[in-house]
Design a protein around this ligand. Structure first.
Ligand code: ANZ
Ligand code: ZN
Length: 824
């Protein structure tokens, strides 16, 4: 619960906030000029990640992120830029659908309710949103183009179908997204999640792996997010090596980053998914087929995380009746199946080198398998490796691959961890995948893409494929989307031969909705095309993108992939900026921190969720905004403390009184006044530009203290001060600007004040503090400080006090500009 308000009634924020919101809207203060040539003001696209309308309405975490982004946007507007700061709702998807199910309503109905609530809240927080350009991903006007993008990716060969195992909850009888699986269990009911094989749509993001990786180096992004992307793409350079299976014509390819350790490969391990296994069992050449089969089945039901967990027991079964041949030594080595080898990475098979690989070593110990050291610990050179002995690892890597390549049993290979983007969701609340399958064309081997007989994209004129309103939107447990039981939906005609055909009934992943929303914002009025090339050229790439670090990978990679792909298809074109490669939508990205509540994570069960509405009602939006920004550096996040809100509330009251007071228009010292305000201008400007809002706010507090001590300030000083708080406290600043200070136009379109450099020069000097002529500390003091003050400072220094330990100084010698010596 927020503490009691301490408002004195001087500034009625509830009234003022309502009034200024209406005025801003009427005057179009936050509506930039999107069309036509850039006017006097260069455009600035200030983007924040849009929210998905969760159950509880706007969360204080959203508010924290939005305010931080808005402060920056307002600052840029005052720097003379024509700022575009849009907002919308990411309302399609599993989150929203699950919530609707939980409260027993239809997702479409719930969306309407959430929309109303969210927009009301978003209005109240005081952001400079361009309200005319808002969008909702579930609006057919929007998802028409989401579907259009899908069809373009399909036509470019970047969308394809493949069978893949999906998470299946046996209790809820539904497919789950990866995010809905926690520790191998269903997040809703706790049942152990199984795997099911389903035909699904994928986007070929892996085609872009190298470019995404290379480009990452040139983006001005929060470092940890860049690192996360690099790791997610996970480039590994190594080789594929063939191991022949003895007494057969077949061989198994392994992927290794350490071909230099080949002489130490003492057994081979196949992933339980490896196709060679089931084939060999079918042919009857596996002596313990039954046992291997059981193991394969059990392993496939486990989650990947579980399988690769470091401390996990390394289980496995020897595949009896099979032997592999180490191509370097010619030795026969055993073949095993083990779930620590993943089917979806590399070739799904490894050469095990227990002497030099941690996991292999554990496995070998557990199952009593041989180990051979091939790299000497002392000097790192090869041993037990024939003609390669004595080489360094790096040289050996190359030479061994070259040697095997000549015999045609190896080649260099670059491997990425990144997988293709799984688009299909067997759910209801999403945009239907705009594809049609025709049996007749499939039989005749016809289709839009050579390798996908029978498949056609829905023609543009038939978009959007509208999501039908169906009562029965819940997953049916068949592994199919609920749309698969809506005949009127799926029955259609083949776009090519007009025979009876069937629509795809899966919907697409929510991440597709959010992979292009930023392109649509300035184009929401376009009816006939997704975007106007002139607007794109003028406004893109986005100047500043702010959002959560939890989106380091999925969203932030998808969105980059899609922009690059659309560029390559010539469907999108915007210029390069700030050294970011062409087609990169976000040259600058900053991740904000997270808010906790009095040391604990906010959660409904703990009852400590901060509801912004209550604080806004009690203290006004400005107080909450400023408090949130004062907590900690924006990129770090911090701890929300109820009582601390009062401090900011009092500060804003003081600002209101000080600026509004018509009596105090003169200070005791104009010289001091100038110094104070110019230093503040400099400091606040630098801090806001680097998102250090907390220190900007403390500078404003120090400034007000100083001015109050001087007993007043000129109108000019007050005006400058009001401009400085404008990005942080948009309502109060406007009230003072147009009220007490008597201006007609909004403070938010004013130019940021310029500081006078001469006034800001800090004339400080460093003094050595000695105790009995031995230097014990250094202190910084203003150049003109008098001796008594310097003495006090020196004696108060912590280190000096520790040394004096209560002794009274006999004498203090002061050498101005150099040192102060305390004799005891
Ligand atoms: C032999 C070896 C010796 C390996 C050694 C490592 C160290 P990164 O860097 O992540 O790409 N590996 C290959 N495919 C795998 C799969 N499907 N599942 C589990 N592990 C797999 O890792 C590449 C290394 O991981 C490969 O190099 C392989 O083990 C293993 F001293 O081969 B190595
Ligand atoms: Zn057909």
């Amino acid at each position: 619960m927020p503490p009691k308000s301490n408002r004195s009634g001087r500034y009625d924020f509830t009234k003022a906030e309502k009034k200024w919101r209406a005025v801003w809207q009427k005057e179009g203060v936050y509506e930039p000029k999107l069309k036509g040539a850039a006017g006097k003001r260069a455009p600035f696209y200030n983007l924040m990640m849009f929210p998905y309308p969760s159950a509880e309405g706007l969360h204080v975490g959203n508010m924290y992120a939005f305010t931080g982004s808005d402060v920056y946007g307002r600052f840029m507007r005052m720097q003379g830029r024509d700022v575009f700061e849009p907002i919308g709702l990411d309302g399609f998807g599993i989150h929203s659908e699950n919530y609707a199910m939980k409260v027993g309503t239809h997702p479409a109905k719930q969306a309407a309710t959430s929309e109303k609530r969210f927009y009301e809240q978003l209005q109240s927080i005081g952001n400079g949103f361009a309200w005319k350009e808002r969008l909702e991903t579930y609006d057919p006007e929007y998802y028409k183009w989401t579907q259009w993008i899908f069809t373009r990716l399909f036509k470019a060969g970047l969308a394809y179908r493949k069978k893949q195992a999906v998470n299946w909850c046996p209790k809820d009888q539904t497919v789950l997204a990866d995010e809905q699986v926690e520790g191998g269990k269903c997040e809703r009911c706790g049942a152990v999640v199984e795997k099911r094989e389903l035909e699904q749509w994928f986007f070929r993001i892996t085609n872009y792996a190298e470019r995404l990786l290379q480009n990452t180096e040139k983006l001005d992004w929060t470092e940890k997010v860049r690192i996360a992307q690099r790791n997610w793409i996970g480039k590994s350079e190594g080789a594929e090596i063939d191991f022949r299976i003895s007494n057969s014509q077949q061989s198994i390819k392994v992927f290794t980053t350490r071909p230099d350790t080949l002489f130490g490969a003492t057994y081979l391990v196949l992933a339980p998914e490896h196709p060679f296994l089931s084939a060999a069992i079918d042919k009857g050449i596996v002596k313990n087929g039954e046992e291997v089969w059981e193991y394969m089945k059990a392993a496939k039901a486990k989650s990947e995380e579980e399988r690769v967990a470091e401390n996990k027991e390394k289980t496995g079964v020897e595949v009896k009746g099979l032997k592999a041949v180490n191509p370097a030594t010619g030795e026969e080595i055993p073949v095993w199946v083990a779930d620590y080898v993943l089917g979806g990475y590399g070739t799904g098979a490894i050469m095990a080198v227990p002497a030099h690989d941690e996991r292999d070593s554990e496995f070998a110990k557990t199952h009593d398998l041989p180990t051979r050291t091939v790299i000497k610990e002392e000097d790192g050179l090869l041993i037990h490796s024939d003609s390669f002995n004595g080489l360094t690892v790096d040289v050996a890597k190359e030479r061994i691959v070259a040697w095997l390549a000549e015999k045609n049993v190896a080649e260099s290979k670059t491997q990425y961890r990144l997988r293709d983007w799984l688009i299909s969701r067997q759910r209801y609340w999403g945009p239907p995948i705009p594809m049609i399958f025709c049996e007749a064309c499939a039989a005749a081997k016809k289709g839009e893409q050579k390798n996908m007989p029978g498949w056609y994209a829905v023609p543009d004129k038939d978009l959007p494929v509208k999501l039908p309103m169906v009562k029965d939107f819940r997953p049916h447990g068949t592994g199919e989307s609920p749309l698969a039981s809506v005949k009127s939906f799926y029955e259609t005609k083949c776009p090519a031969c007009r025979s009876k055909a069937r629509r795809e009934t899966d919907v697409s992943d929510t991440f597709l909705d959010s992979a292009w929303y930023y392109l649509r914002y300035p184009n929401v009025k376009e009816k006939k095309r997704p975007w106007d090339p002139a607007i794109i050229k003028k406004l893109f790439p986005v100047d500043m993108y702010i959002g959560g670090a939890e989106h380091s990978v999925l969203h932030l990679l998808y969105v980059r992939f899609l922009a690059l792909a659309l560029h390559d298809m010539k469907l999108l074109s915007f210029p390069e900026k700030d050294g970011a490669p062409i087609g990169e939508p976000f040259p600058t990205f900053r991740a904000h921190g997270l808010i906790i509540k009095e040391g604990a994570k906010m959660s409904k069960s703990k009852g400590n969720v901060v509801n912004p509405d209550e604080y806004i009602r009690k203290f006004g939006a400005d107080t909450l905004r400023m408090y949130l920004m004062f907590l900690a550096p924006f990129e770090q996040g911090g701890d929300f403390r109820d009582q601390a809100v009062l401090g900011i509330s009092r500060f804003l009251e003081r600002v209101s009184r000080f600026v509004g007071d018509a009596q105090n228009t003169r200070s005791k010292s104009e010289v001091e006044e100038e110094k104070i305000i110019h230093r503040t201008i400099k400091k606040v400007g630098e801090d806001i530009a680097s998102l250090h809002y907390n220190t900007a706010i403390s500078a404003l507090m120090i400034c007000l203290n100083g001015l109050e001590e001087l007993g007043g300030a000129s109108k000019e000083t007050k005006e400058m001060f009001v401009k400085l708080i404008a990005p942080l406290a948009p309502y109060l600043s406007e009230e003072l600007w147009r009220g007490a200070l008597g201006h007609k136009k909004s403070v938010h379109v004013e130019a940021w004040p310029k500081h006078d450099e001469r006034q800001t020069r800090e004339e400080t000097i460093t003094l050595a503090v000695q105790v009995n002529s031995k230097t014990r500390a250094n202190i910084m003091v203003p150049a003109g400080m008098d001796e008594t003050e310097v003495r006090e400072l020196a004696l108060g220094d912590e280190k000096v006090r520790a040394i004096l330990n209560g002794q009274k100084p006999k004498r203090v010698i002061y050498v101005p500009g150099r040192l102060i010596n305390i004799v005891v």
